[in-house]
Design a protein around this ligand. Structure first.
Ligand code: BDR
Ligand code: CA
Length: 311
């Protein structure tokens, strides 16, 4: 199985991303690291621990990372993910201790200790990943690829042109996109097609398990906030699309393109500028997601949640 580390800020869709990464036999989840984003670091870390515990996943180390972006202050997404970051279901479960080391150090150790190059899957702001690349350039040759959920080839969701993960820490995203490593960008232009419809929520319920029920309740809460804030009929589950791409590349079609982050725009700071039509002289630095096999994606996710349950 392919070794992966998931860096996340759970977050309703991050929770599903963790279940997919832990539940699909084609991946080996070496560790989980957390970052401030959807909620404060303390909350996202607790949420990651709670989701793993509820899924019966033990033996995967969890480490907390950066509690704020590289520059400026953190603005959390409480309107979407609630006060806890995972509002909706009752997530009362005893959680194990978080590992004593910083996320960046845990990642360094896991990469160094892996016999095979490791794929980093990032589903929150890229602060931890940027610090790893800056602080430990010696491990980057052992990074197979960085697959992140963030940005868009179209418009944004946090500002008119900025997506939440990139807007939260544009400098970190800039460092990652300039790193020269193989990068896959999974943006809103595809994740807005991964909708947790009423049928999907019913399918979670029909699993008849505690974890299935929790996923259904998470998606029901997520649907209510996405409806209130964005007017969406069904909520998009962004983050597991990045995991799905690593498991089965045929589910997410990509094209190689130059991607830059707007750092100084008066209106567009944090926008991903994707040169799909190659109007600049820049060389492609990322494989950019442009299409999603929606049915195959949901089959993958449902199977993994069934596997993860009590695993
Ligand atoms: C991204 O922002 C967060 O709210 C979600 O978890 C996802 O990673 C979507 O813009
Ligand atoms: Ca996220």
């Amino acid at each position: 199985a392919r070794p992966v580390i998931v860096d996340c800020d759970p977050g309703h869709d991050d929770a599903l991303a963790l279940l997919l990464a832990a539940g699909d036999p084609r991946l080996r989840l070496l560790g989980v690291t957390t970052v401030a984003g959807n909620q404060t670091l303390e909350k996202t870390t607790r949420n990651a621990l709670r989701i793993l515990a509820l899924a019966g996943i033990t033996g995967v180390p969890v480490a907390a990372g950066c509690d704020r972006p590289l520059l400026g202050d953190l603005t959390v997404a409480e309107d979407i993910h609630g006060l806890s970051g995972l509002d909706g279901p009752d997530l009362d479960v005893p959680v194990p201790e978080v590992s004593g080391v910083h996320a960046v150090e845990l990642t360094r150790r896991l990469i160094t200790g892996s016999a095979e190059p490791v794929t980093l899957i990032a589903t929150g702001p890229l602060t931890n990943v940027a610090l790893l690349l800056r602080g430990h350039p010696e491990v980057t040759s052992q990074v197979r690829r960085i697959v992140f959920m963030g940005g868009s080839t179209e418009r944004g969701n946090t500002t008119p042109y900025g997506e939440f993960n990139i807007v939260t820490d544009p400098e970190a995203a800039d460092i990652v996109l300039r790193s020269g490593l193989p990068i896959t960008m999974i943006g809103l232009n595809v994740t807005h097609r991964a909708l947790a419809t009423t049928e999907i929520i019913a399918e979670f319920h029909a699993m008849g398990t505690r974890l299935g029920g929790i996923c259904a309740e998470l998606m029901t809460y997520f649907a209510s906030t996405y409806h209130r804030v964005f007017g969406f009929e069904h909520p998009p589950v962004h983050d597991p699309v990045a995991v799905a791409r690593v498991i089965d590349p045929s589910i997410v079609r990509t094209v190689a393109a130059p991607v830059a982050v707007e750092l100084s725009g008066a209106l567009t700071r944090g926008a991903t500028v994707v040169d799909l039509h190659r109007r600049t002289a820049r060389s492609p630095n990322a494989d950019v997601a442009v299409d999603l096999d929606v049915d195959a994606f949901w089959r993958l996710l449902m199977t993994a949640v069934r596997n993860a349950d009590g695993a």
